[in-house]
Design a protein around this ligand. Structure first.
Ligand code: NAI
Length: 356
């Protein structure tokens, strides 16, 4: 097994050479650092921890909603510079205000639930039908959500559709005096348009955690049109950066690796057909795990092997993607060894192992 973090590259030649590698765990969220296609072709499932920091992001957004409504960022900056500015103008409670959540997935839903607890009304927009949590309400379109919300928070993935999704026309559809929060991906908001909307006073503030271009290392030199603007809270992509999230990443990825090695389960793998069979019960059963090239005739060959050896299949599950198939089969222990050897000898075989 190999465990890596986000900066370690594992590309085709490494996977080619790693003949005994069973599985690869990315102890982080993204998996761009791995050649997933090559890992797939070599029968190596890759696991990550996509939802381990959901709560951390949701809590930060919730805090920032209050921070924006009270201009706490500016108050703190002023006082650090020795300037006392006590004022109530442009400061509000968030109770009774409307929060619009765009992208009602894991993070969006968490925020929807928590925002209601502090008295906000929550509307959401998602391209997929989503069950509303609590009293959250679905909006028919993004335009409807933008027009209805005092705060708009973005929780969409980075896709072709979400690139530049919030540009000048969308900002213009937002209420005068409303706020924008983005802790999703830097490609979603057009920063110059946002800066213009804040400067003109159309938006009363913004909280931004992600940027179109982010520095590769800590240190000075961060540039953005948003720097120095009033009531704009800037954070360096720390939405998911908490001790709890780090611990959850460790636990989730390690659990996935162990479940694959001990049971053959691939649920949650980012590059692999998903198969889940319950853990082996009793010593009389052995489990064969076979990864094969997804070409016609493989199952016929495997079925013939099983029937020629008079083996009784106790449980079986097959899942495929365009390139490979993953077959998990529980058999009586008396024939399992022979079945495994025969399957491993097929020309379509990529990897076959046995559990007992
Ligand atoms: P998720 O996959 O659970 O939810 C995303 C939702 O967005 C889905 O319901 C999907 O249907 C919806 N969606 C997709 N395209 C859409 C569109 N064009 N319009 C409206 N809705 C759309 O993802 P999750 O875990 O909630 O994460 C959301 C975002 O947060 C991701 O971009 C992720 O990269 C980012 N993130 C940022 C972190 C940070 O440190 N700032 C940490 C963790 C995640």
């Amino acid at each position: 097994m190999l465990g890596i973090r986000s900066k370690t590259q594992v590309q085709g030649p490494a996977l080619e050479a790693a003949r005994r590698l069973l599985t690869l765990g990315c102890f982080c969220i993204g998996t761009n650092q791995v050649d997933l296609k090559s890992a797939n072709a070599h029968g190596v499932p890759v696991f990550n921890a996509p939802f381990s920091n959901t709560r951390s992001v949701a809590e930060m957004i919730l805090a920032e909603i209050v921070v924006l409504a009270r201009k706490i960022g500016d108050c703190s900056r002023d006082l650090h510079q020795g300037i006392w500015t006590k004022a109530a103008v442009g400061c509000y409670e968030v109770r009774g205000k409307t929060l619009g959540v765009i992208g009602y997935g894991h993070i969006g839903r968490q925020i929807g639930v928590m925002a209601e607890m502090i008295g906000m009304q929550v509307v959401f927009y998602d391209i997929a039908p989503r069950l509303p949590m609590g009293n959250n309400r679905a909006m028919k379109s993004m335009a409807e959500l933008l027009a209805a919300s005092d705060f708009v928070t973005l929780h969409v993935p980075e896709t072709r559709e979400t690139a530049n999704m919030i540009d000048a026309p969308e900002l213009a559809q937002m209420k005068k005096g409303s706020y924008l929060l983005n802790a999703s991906r830097g490609s979603v908001v057009v920063i110059p348009a946002l800066a213009a909307a804040v400067k003109s006073g159309h938006l009363a503030g913004a909280a931004i955690d992600v940027y179109p271009e982010e520095p590769a290392a800590n240190g000075p030199g961060f540039e953005s049109e948003l720097r120095g603007l009033p009531n704009v809270v800037l954070t360096p992509h720390v939405g998911g950066s908490t001790a709890e999230a780090q611990e959850a990443i460790g636990r989730e990825v390690a659990t996935a690796l162990i479940r694959f090695v001990n049971q053959g389960a691939t649920t949650g793998a980012v590059n692999f057909p998903q198969v889940e069979l319950p853990a082996l019960e009793g010593r009389e059963t052995h489990r064969i795990l076979n990864v094969h090239r997804n070409v016609p005739g493989v199952l016929r060959d495997i079925t013939r092997i099983v029937s020629d050896l008079n083996a009784n299949i106790e449980a079986q599950s097959l899942s495929t993607d365009p390139d490979i198939g993953y077959l998990v089969m529980d058999l009586g222990r008396d024939v399992a060894d022979e079945v495994q050897k025969a399957i491993a000898a097929l020309p379509t075989n990529i990897r076959t192992r046995i559990l007992f």
